[in-house]
Design a protein around this ligand. Structure first.
Ligand code: ADP
Length: 492
């Protein structure tokens, strides 16, 4: 309508309608003359004046009033006695003024409201245009976790359109265990007011519409709109940044690896040399003993016994040398602290899962909150998780279904058991007895050190590592750590 009729046309139209309405009122009043006579001569006119004031604006209302008064004056002689006619006219004039003043007030209020509305719309448009250009996704939720607003960047990041996801629960965008627990996090915050997330940035994992997960940096703010509390989350996808970091990290570790391999070559030569000594000594003792035992007598048997003792000593020495090799493999300063298992697992799996989204791996993390405190060297245990998750993802490269599950639970003797399992093809049977030995690999470019390092690290933490077939169809690796939950130093 606005495009067809311009503003001045609309003004003329309003005046035209006002004139027509007064004409119609005049006709109606004339038609009622036989019944009404001189009574209520202006009654019929007040209705079009009121309607004009309400719907057509002040100008047409004044015109209607003036026209009605004009008709009244023209018919003055027919309105009965002059005093009575004057009273009618004066009353009607006062009513008209009242109506017009009212129209003016309504008009002004309406215009102010229009202006405000217009201002609000412009501000909202401005805000929207800013938000649409920001690459971070913005999601607003209410106190029950229902999604109220979902920015264009969020649509792109999560694969849902705003209309699909509006009013759904925010937990739809989270992987387990947050998916199941988010409502309780929110309830706890509303009850206690203790902030664990709001106002504190955090690196965590999000869930795309296709079920894949990706690392994000999440910042949540809180605001009150009227009586209602809303939470605004700004989400940054870290996939690309972490991929770059990982590429750098990979390059660095490749360099370190090359250095390590050549270092290991030197080390192996010296180890071979060192090992040679006890082994040669053992061989000599055994050979001599064999000769002595051909014609044994008391004296010779005593020498054989002595030789056996020496053999045992030399094998202990050989064992120590081999242990040094293992220590070398997992070398590094260790610094043990009580850490939150959830934090350690989340960070390590977020790192290991970079790129896993592209490979369509569905990840489930199910950690028992009752056993969260562990006494560990965080970096070393993250290395273990990283190795196991990477191995699982690599094992599933050719699988149709790619599921990865990371879980923790309480184990006997004050331990926590962590399980990382996959839906891959399972372990090659030939590895069964030597899985945790160094240099055992079925991969073309594998060093075969990952699991042996995991073994050394877990053992040095007072735990154990082992594998079983997984319920998901592939392999489950389990390891235990010392549980410190409930002790005074437990992490919060
Ligand atoms: P690498 O990865 O360099 O081969 P590892 O010690 O980490 O060294 O692994 C040794 C071998 O164990 C691998 O080559 C692979 O054959 C097997 N393996 C490890 N994890 C898994 C798994 N989750 N599923 C199937 N096989 C596995």
């Amino acid at each position: 309508m606005q495009s067809l009729v311009n503003r001045s046309d609309r003004v003329w139209l309003a005046y035209g309608v006002a004139v027509l309405a007064i004409g119609a009122a005049y006709l109606v009043r004339s038609a009622l003359d036989p019944w009404l006579g001189n009574r209520s001569p202006f009654l019929a006119f007040t209705i079009p004046i009121l309607l004009a004031a309400q719907f057509l604006g002040r100008g047409p209302a004044i015109l209607s009033a003036l026209l009605s008064l004009g008709i009244g004056v023209a018919q003055f002689s027919e309105l009965g006695a002059p005093e009575e006619a004057l009273v009618h006219l004066a009353t009607f004039a006062i009513v008209c003024v009242g109506i017009i003043v009212l129209a003016q007030v309504i008009d002004r209020a309406r215009r102010e409201k229009d202006l405000q509305q217009h201002g609000l719309e412009r501000r909202e448009q401005h805000l929207r245009s800013i938000l649409e250009t920001v690459t971070d996704a913005m999601i607003v939720i209410d106190e029950r976790g229902g999604i109220r607003s979902f920015s264009a960047a969020a649509e792109k990041m999560f694969g849902y359109s705003e209309s699909e996801i509006l009013n759904e629960n925010i937990s739809a965008l989270m992987p387990s265990p947050d998916r199941e627990l988010h409502d309780s996090y929110l309830e706890r915050y509303l009850e206690t007011g203790v902030r664990k997330m709001i106002g504190i940035g955090r690196v965590t994992t999000a869930r795309h519409r296709d079920g894949s997960t990706f690392p994000i940096d999440l910042h949540v703010g809180e605001a009150k709109i009227g009586d209602e509390r809303v939470f605004t989350g700004f989400v940054r996808d870290l996939t690309e940044r972490q991929q770059t970091e990982m590429r750098l990290h990979d390059l660095q570790s490749e360099l370190a690896h090359v250095a390590r391999v050549s270092e290991m070559g030197t080390f192996a030569t010296s180890i071979a040399h060192e090992l040679n000594q006890p082994l040669t000594a053992i061989a000599n003792y055994v050979e001599t003993s064999e000769e002595l035992l051909r014609e044994p007598d008391k004296e010779r048997l005593e020498i054989v016994r002595e030789a056996m003792r020496e053999c045992a000593n030399q094998s202990v020495r050989a064992g120590q040398i081999v242990r040094r090799l293992r220590d070398f493999i997992s070398r590094g300063e260790t610094e043990r602290r009580i850490e939150s298992l959830a934090r350690v697992v989340n960070e390590a799996s977020a790192l290991a899962l970079i790129g896993a989204g592209e490979r369509g791996v569905e990840v489930e993390v199910k950690l028992d909150p009752n056993v969260d405190g562990v006494l560990i060297d965080r970096i070393q245990i993250q290395q273990v998780i990283l190795n196991l998750v990477r191995n699982a993802i690599e094992a599933m490269a050719e699988s149709q279904v790619r599921r990865l599950r990371i879980a923790s639970r309480s184990a006997p003797d004050g331990l926590v058991e962590v399980t990382i399992e996959d839906s891959g093809p399972g372990l090659p049977p030939e590895l069964a007895d030597q899985l945790f030995q160094p240099f055992v690999s079925t991969k073309a470019a594998g060093m075969g050190l990952g699991l042996s390092i995991c073994h050394t690290i877990v053992n040095s933490h007072g735990g154990r590592i082992w594998s079983t077939p997984s319920r998901l169809g592939g392999t489950a690796f389990h390891f235990t750590l010392v549980d410190t939950t409930g002790t005074e130093d437990a992490p919060d």
